[in-house]
Design a protein around this ligand. Structure first.
Ligand code: UT7
Length: 331
């Protein structure tokens, strides 16, 4: 019997209208366009300004865009996974709310949190459900409102992050297309280098934690950078080797958009030319869980049925990994 694989059959996306450029950041903190561009590759990022709107606002828009493009009813969806590091609320599931709002009345839903690797891990989860044969339509949304956890007086973090959402639909495939292999890793050593100290069970919110700005992202950028460069390159090279892929067999690298220098190092290690590297960090910055689906959203028209894509991510925790996927359609 032929093995059922899990293929991406549709993509949707949403970024807020408000653009925060390097030039504007120059007026907010002690930084400059040249430093940001050469150190990160970022030129501008989007910020969600709508009042009382959280991550779900963007996730819903990305999902609705996907449903409209794929031409299916939300009621056909079996499972909605929202990959996010910034849920609407600490307790009520963002995914459950999103599923109800889009009309996925027959679906179950939950959130997945693995910092910048949330979407990569989510792809693995979705594919496993499809491969098991139990579910036929799995919606994976990567969405983050990073502006809700960033201190806009801290120049080491506020220049990096942006808001956005992307969505993909996984469905069974009988032609051998879709997810081929994955290599997922984590290491708790990372917790000291990239974290939000307060608001969790170790240090609940208090007047003190607010005063000390402990609800914002703290990052030891240099240390994270070192781990990210070596690990993202290692797993990308490993998954190529394990699947006997040469650089000519790989049509695209879809890397997490944290820093252009990390992306370049990964592409170099794989021997890939710049034209094969999906990149939009200059427009959106690091949108955490949304980087990978937003790449697919921006490049969808260039992706061809049968193309070999290597996804790679690295994030807080630490969490990281790579996925080898064969693209399943021409758009
Ligand atoms: O997505 C999750 C995983 N996260 C990552 O992968 C991020 C990894 N880290 C990075 O991308 C980089 O480390 C950063 C972009 C965060 C920082 O770049 P860097 O080249 O590692 O800079 P640095 O932290 O070593 O700082 C170099 C200098 C310092 O000044 P001194 O001490 O050399 O005088 C900083 O104070 O640059 C200074 N600096 C800035 N200058 C202008 C730090 N931030 C800024 C800034 N503008 N925004």
């Amino acid at each position: 019997m032929k093995k059922t694989t899990a293929a991406i059959t549709a993509v949707g996306g949403y970024v807020p209208e408000f653009v925060l450029s390097n030039k504007v950041l120059e007026t907010m903190v002690d930084t400059n366009d040249e430093w940001i561009t050469t150190r990160t590759g970022i030129k501008e990022r989007r910020i969600l300004k709508e009042e009382n709107a959280g991550t779900s606002y963007m996730a819903i828009k990305a999902a609705e865009d996907l449903l409209q493009k794929r031409g299916i009813e939300a009621s056909e969806i079996d499972f909605v996974l929202v990959a996010t590091a910034t849920p609407d609320m600490p307790v009520a599931s963002t995914a459950a709310y999103v599923a109800s709002e889009i009309g996925a009345v027959n679906a179950f839903a939950y959130d997945l949190q693995a910092a910048c690797s949330s979407f990569l891990y989510g792809m693995s989860t979705a594919a496993s459900y499809i491969e098991s044969g139990r579910y036929k339509k799995v919606l994976v949304i990567g969405a983050d409102k990073m502006s809700s956890i960033i201190d806009y007086t801290d120049r080491t973090t506020c220049i990096i992050f942006g808001d956005g959402a992307g969505a993909v639909l996984f469905e069974p495939n009988e032609e051998g297309l879709g997810l081929q292999d994955e290599y997922l890793r984590s290491d708790g050593i990372g917790r000291q280098f990239l974290k939000i100290d307060a608001g969790g069970s170790i240090l609940p919110a208090s007047e003190e934690t607010v005063k000390n700005k402990q609800h914002f992202v703290y990052q030891d950028g240099k240390s994270v950078f070192k781990f990210a460069v070596s690990n993202m390159a290692d797993v990308s090279a490993l998954i190529m080797e394990r699947n006997n892929l040469t650089k000519d067999d790989v049509q695209w690298l879809a890397p997490h958009q944290a820093n252009k220098r990390i992306i370049d190092a990964t592409a170099n290690r794989m021997g890939l030319e710049a034209e094969k590297v999906l990149m939009n960090i200059h427009r959106y910055g690091n949108t955490t869980s949304a980087t990978l689906p937003l790449l697919l959203y921006d490049y969808e028209k260039q992706l061809k049925k049968g193309d070999n894509i290597i996804f790679a991510a690295f994030g807080g925790g630490f969490t990281w990994g790579s996925i080898y996927l064969k693209w399943a359609y021409n758009s």
